[in-house]
Ligand binder design. Structure first.
Ligand SMILES: *Cc1c(COP(=O)(O)O)cnc(C)c1O
Length: 360
């Protein structure tokens, strides 16, 4: 068995110990005589799995008791619609456009109300985070929306926008559990789990209870009402049972690693190794303004498309896979999520140094 160093942006690398445990428990989960895939979502044994997953996530993120945690389907993209459907009371929301995912969320919200783009970094292809200290927040905005880590462009917020008292909503799909979060800064956080937590098919919503409403427009589907999901503890219908189980194993792994503060140290160490090399290399350069760099997604280029392609090809052959940049950006991107070991980044940098020496 040869495991590669997988730099995929998502679905992405998972902790090896988690995959091994899942394999061990595949045929007989804790004496139940069946796989987690095969059991009723209403059974006692599954109830323990989902409750424990929620408890571990609450512990890790220090989620206050007046927030609900929902395990849902439909991916992060479905939340682009669910958020405006559920949170627009005045029918107005302000969006900060820092990349493709924020833009998609903004465009989707326009179907349900007035979505304003109050800041954008589209002018320099999303290579920075705009100044968010004094934005033209709408007086009647129901919320301000951000994408906390921009998976495609490799930027992240290191300071939150001044929302002038409005509720902050964040898509944290690609940096959840990578560092501590003060949940109380947000009205709602959501994340598709397939970047940093588990297999595709689960999206988690963390929502302050007072934002869960019943007085929604008649067109809002039952399944997309947070109230439906909250009242039924994410078990209104069959949840993505197996995916939630894997998420639960990953939550335990993050706890064992020392929690979010330790995860942050681990991620900073990895990112620094790569960014330090990019800053010293004569061939490779990072594409993002330094102060806005992401700890999770690191895009870089050589400035020569043929050389980029050669690099990706040779890296793949050497066991460093999924380094090709997003189709809209080109170049390369190394996604170095929680489960990427330091060794993976160290070896990648060695390989890059060697490639540079041979090709310049
Ligand atoms: C991947 C990603 C999405 C889309 O997730 P889906 O689950 O495929 O809908 C949305 N936002 C961010 C920040 C992402 O990284």
């Amino acid at each position: 068995m040869a495991r590669v160093f997988n730099f995929s942006a998502g679905p992405s690398v998972l902790p090896e110990v988690v995959l091994k445990q899942a394999a061990e428990e595949m045929l007989d989960y804790k004496g139940s005589g069946m796989s987690v895939m095969e059991m009723s979502h209403r059974s006692k044994v599954y109830d323990n799995i989902i409750k424990e997953a929620e408890k571990d996530l609450r512990d890790l993120m220090n989620i206050p008791s007046n927030y609900k945690v929902l395990f849902l389907q439909g991916g992060a993209s479905q939340q682009f619609a669910a958020v405006p459907m559920n949170l627009m009371k005045n029918g107005v929301a302000d969006y900060i456009i820092t990349g493709q995912w924020a833009k998609k969320a903004y465009e989707e919200a326009q179907k349900y109300g007035k979505a304003n783009a109050i800041a954008s970094s589209a002018d320099k292809p999303f290579s920075y985070i705009p100044d968010v200290s004094d934005l033209p927040i709408s007086d009647d905005a129901d919320y301000v929306y951000i994408c906390h880590n921009n998976t495609i462009y490799g930027t992240a917020y290191h300071e939150l926008p001044n929302t002038k008292g409005k509720i902050l909503v964040a898509d944290m799909s690609s940096d959840i559990l990578s560092q501590p979060v003060n949940v109380e800064d947000y009205g709602l956080i959501f994340f598709g789990v397939q970047k940093n937590v588990g297999p595709a098919g689960v999206v988690v919503v963390i929502i302050r209870e007072d934002l869960i409403r019943d007085d929604l427009p008649a067109y809002v589907p039952t399944m997309l009402k947070y109230k439906t999901q909250a009242d039924n503890d994410s078990l209104y219908n069959t949840p993505p049972c197996y995916g939630i189980y894997i998420c639960g194993l990953v939550f335990k792994w993050v706890k064992e690693m020392g929690g979010l503060a330790a995860m942050k140290t681990h991620n900073e160490k990895k990112a620094q190794i790569l960014y330090d090399f990019l800053d010293s290399s004569k061939m490779f350069t990072g594409t993002v303004v330094k102060k806005d760099r992401s700890l999770m997604n690191v895009p870089f280029v050589t400035g020569n498309e043929e050389l980029d392609a050669k690099f990706v090809k040779e890296a793949t052959a050497a066991g460093f896979v999924n380094l090709k940049g997003h189709r809209t950006v080109g170049g390369m991107r190394a996604s170095i999520y929680n489960a990427m070991p330091i060794e993976g980044v160290e070896k990648l940098v060695e390989f890059m140094k060697d490639f540079e020496a041979k090709n310049s």
